[in-house]
Design a binder for this molecule. Structure first.
Ligand SMILES: C[S@@+](CC[C@H](N)C(=O)[O-])C[C@H]1O[C@@H](n2cnc3c(N)ncnc32)[C@H](O)[C@@H]1O
Length: 213
């Protein structure tokens, strides 16, 4: 498995520090600006009652993980998360699902290849723009970990025409350079490929669902 050219532990450490406080206000505040999270899950074109395997990268408080568990009641779900505080919150939120939903306290893509061709869907919700500079390695890893015919689903920030806003987001570990979509389109066949405007054009967010061919 890759992620060798940069230290994934440094990125994970930065996240752990950042979310020590942010985890406490996360669910109260994020609904006001993390748009597209519910929609991206509804857009995954898999049979709702199927016995499938789903991976989520950067599950945070478990907001999407819970929605995945409700939307796909027979799915086995594994979520990766690096922040100690987020892991605690998500495990608490997801305990009702027992062993069907597991939160792994580890950066995705840093352990030996265990998952090749094994997942029906992999979700990245507002995590890739914070995984710098390893975001490209993680998308490529997801491509390997998906079964042929499986789906990657991504909702995230896309870009902003305002330099001040990009700088503000950069200070919060978020890179907004329209950088995710080209690689996603190169590696997957698009099923959903949309860019939406938020707060009268202050920024754009993207939603992408792509099939592994
Ligand atoms: C903006 S939050 C998004 C959380 C959740 N997916 C949502 O949509 O609300 C980004 C999350 O990704 C996690 N994260 C960042 N880098 C990661 C990595 N390399 N592996 C796993 N999780 C990571 C962060 O700790 C944080 O909880």
């Amino acid at each position: 498995m890759k992620i060798s050219h940069d230290n994934p532990n440094a990125q994970a450490g930065a996240m752990d520090q950042y979310y020590k406080f942010q985890s406490k206000i996360y669910d109260m505040t994020r609904w006001t600006f993390l748009f597209g999270r519910d929609e991206i899950i509804k857009a995954i074109p898999l049979e709702r009652n199927a016995k499938i395997k789903i991976l989520e990268i950067g599950c945070g408080t478990g907001y999407n993980t819970k929605l995945l568990a409700q939307t796909f009641p027979n799915a086995e779900i594994r979520a990766y998360e690096v922040s100690d505080d987020m892991v605690k919150l998500s495990r608490k939120k997801l305990s009702q699902y027992g062993s069907r939903v597991e939160v792994v306290h580890q950066p995705y893509g840093t352990t030996p290849d265990l998952h090749l061709d094994s997942y029906d869907a992999i979700l990245f919700s507002y995590s890739l723009t914070m995984i710098n500079p390893q975001w490209e390695d993680l998308i490529r890893q997801a491509q390997k970990d998906l079964k042929v015919g499986g789906y990657i689903a991504v909702a995230d920030f896309h870009d902003s025409k305002h330099k001040w806003f990009k700088k503000h987001m950069g200070n919060n570990h978020v890179r907004m350079d329209s950088h995710l979509v080209p690689l996603l389109k190169e590696l997957f066949s698009p099923v959903v490929d949309k860019v939406h405007s938020a707060y009268m054009g202050t920024w754009e967010y993207m939603m992408f669902v792509g099939k592994k061919m």
